[in-house]
Design a protein around this ligand. Sequence first.
Ligand SMILES: *Cc1c(COP(=O)(O)O)cnc(C)c1O
Length: 460
Amino acid sequence: MLDDNNKASATTADIQALDAEHHLHPFTNTGALNKKGARVITKGEGVYLWDSEGNKIIDGMAGLWCVNMGYGRKELVEAANTQMNQLAYYNTFFQTTHTPVAELAREIASVTPGDLNHIFFANSGSEAIDTIIRLVRQYWAIKGKPYRNILISRENAYHGSTVGGTSLGGMSGMHKQGAPLVPNIERIRQPYWYGEAGDMSEEEFGIACAKALEEKILEVGPDNVAAFVGEPIQGAGGVIVPPANYWAEIQKICQKYDILLAADEVICGFGRTGSWFGSETLGITPDIISMAKGLSSGYLPIAAVAVGDRISNALIEHDDDFNHGYTYSGHPVSAAVAIANIRLMKEENIVDYVANDIGPYFQQKLRDTLGEHPLVGHIEGVGLVAGIALVKDKATKELFPDDLDIGMICRDHCFNNGLIMRAVGSRMVLSPPLVISRDEVDELIEKARLCFDLTLKSVS
Ligand SMILES: *Cc1c(COP(=O)(O)O)cnc(C)c1O
């Protein structure tokens, strides 16, 4: 398919036409895309991608927040190849297991915080979230309180795109489609200090946002609430880092009303914030967490729910089946790749590298290079994830009009200048592979500055 310059032998136009003919893209206006033609990605190596025109692109998003160990890792390819030859598939439903799934459960338990010692497998973050919804409700049913079935989440949260994930998430654009949603889900405000705090200090705002949880609990009745679910740092919502006191307050409130605390670690897990899990970075002690993306660095689909002793003991002591699972729960090939991925992370001390070297370097460089840029209202982030608010007026935080779609203008400039950066409304987000070097960070951020300059020109 590729010649020496990594160009596809079929022309870009051929592939685009083929794609337009039969492929419905996720989260896409397919009609509009078909007129324009999708970009064709042909190759990945390290933090770089190549497209069918031979352009080299630095991937500031690690695919979709997932290719944490970078593209082209032979260790992961080898693990898949070996396992596929040995045992390509077997299920884990009918009192059977296999070595990769058992070993992966131990590997994950070795890096999860606290007493999250048991692992349930799924194939995507959305499926992991559906598992959490069903599992926390089943937990309370086992405890003789089936009426404790309300889950509380937050506006602008992203928890996936299955019916369960869409319902639990707080994305209004998603709620408008495919309704009705799953019942008994409530939402509270998000802790977006820069955008929503008005004159409040970060500390006051952190308390106010946590208080919203308590108010909601009292509104629906503490005895009806199963769990609170949140991303340690909101990802798809625009990379929103809550005030430092927020999670401690949330945790206190959950304890006060005996409500389970679930952390959706699909982005934050596996080193993104400089700890194995965002819960450690943010000081959360969850009862249950979901993980996916970085678990296999995206090489194969796999997800997991790590379950704390409180819930797993109840499930194990309860003499009945848990009627939930997926054909590919703990798929042996995906599991083998995830094991190899975790071992590679350990061998290369990648979590420490993010915490103490490249993470702080990236955050500082972003602020030094872009902080004073006229378009940049605010930069927030931890480790190797960051969100940048684009504003019309730095002093007043005034935004550009929605219909201008400043984020898309900026994203298109990135696209045309060899950089992948994602737009979430008027926020630009970055989440590069964790293996990125300092030189590559410099390149990425210099390109971002160029694209911000071009964006500014486009709107002046
Ligand atoms: C991506 C994401 C999901 C959904 O994962 P999929 O694998 O796309 O189903 C759920 N929660 C969070 C926090 C995510 O970022």
